[in-house]
Design a protein. Structure first.
Length: 247
């Protein structure tokens, strides 16, 4: 059975850094498991953090603009073609880790057959992996427009400010119906230790379920491309046991 983790939040909150931290932790804990990273954020920052400029996207298949690495097999149904094309755009990061980028997605209001066919192809793809990590665009609605699937744990990344807490509450409200009964909570990122009590008071005000707190790592200001931090990884390990993920 596939375990699915979604990382949501405002752009700039640290989603990509946290996504990569979870990837490294899961690889360390379960080196034999296969992992798919699905970049559902319009910035495409996750691929860039691996030094990749991924131009072939799920949207490219939808729009008919994807340039295939191999010749197109004959006598395929449209659904078989889409599934084959999706295999063509998966990028391997190492032996057990792959990445795929969605970019623009179609609205569920669209009655065109391609919307359902893309949904079915993405769903079939993610079922092949032990773990899937979704780097999401703001909330779960945008991901749900791409693929209708249960999420085991959804993390809303928020920064320690009034505006960010208010936005996290909105994201929680927008995402709740798409979380399908899975775990949904907030992780506070870039927190300063001396202000933690103020942060908890703020979150209590907005009635947010806090899954964990990650301290501010100044080194990330100089490591803006790779988005990797041992401080972030160590902090996640401290609250990992609270998450509905493989233990």
């Amino acid at each position: 059975m596939t375990t699915k983790l979604a990382i949501t939040g405002k752009s700039g909150s640290g989603k990509t850094t946290i996504t990569k931290a979870f990837l490294n932790i899961l690889k360390e804990m379960f080196p034999e498991k296969t992992i798919l990273l699905l970049d559902n954020d319009l910035t495409g920052e996750l691929g860039h953090s691996f030094g990749l400029d991924i131009r072939n996207t799920i949207y490219g298949i939808r729009s008919g603009k994807h340039e295939y690495k191999t010749g197109i097999p004959e006598n395929m149904t449209k659904q078989e073609f889409i599934e084959w094309a999706m295999e063509d755009i998966v990028v391997s990061l190492d032996e057990n880790v792959d990445i795929i980028v969605s970019w623009l997605v179609g609205s569920k209001d669209c009655r065109c057959p391609i919307t359902g066919q893309i949904n079915d192809a993405v769903y079939k793809l993610i079922q092949r992996y032990d773990i899937v990590i979704f780097d999401c665009e703001f909330d779960l609605k945008y991901l749900n427009q791409l693929v209708d699937t249960d999420i085991d744990t959804t993390i809303i990344v928020a920064n320690p400010s009034e505006d960010s807490a208010h936005l996290a509450k909105r994201i929680e409200e927008f995402s709740a119906k798409y979380a399908a009964g899975g775990q949904l909570g907030v992780v506070i990122n870039k927190a300063e230790n001396e202000k933690l009590s103020e942060v908890y008071d703020l979150l209590k005000k907005y009635d947010l379920d806090v899954l964990g707190v990650i301290p501010y790592d100044k080194s990330l200001e100089e490591n803006t491309v790779k988005k990797e931090s041992k401080i972030v990884q160590d902090a996640i390990k401290e609250f990992y046991f609270r998450l509905n993920l493989p233990q």
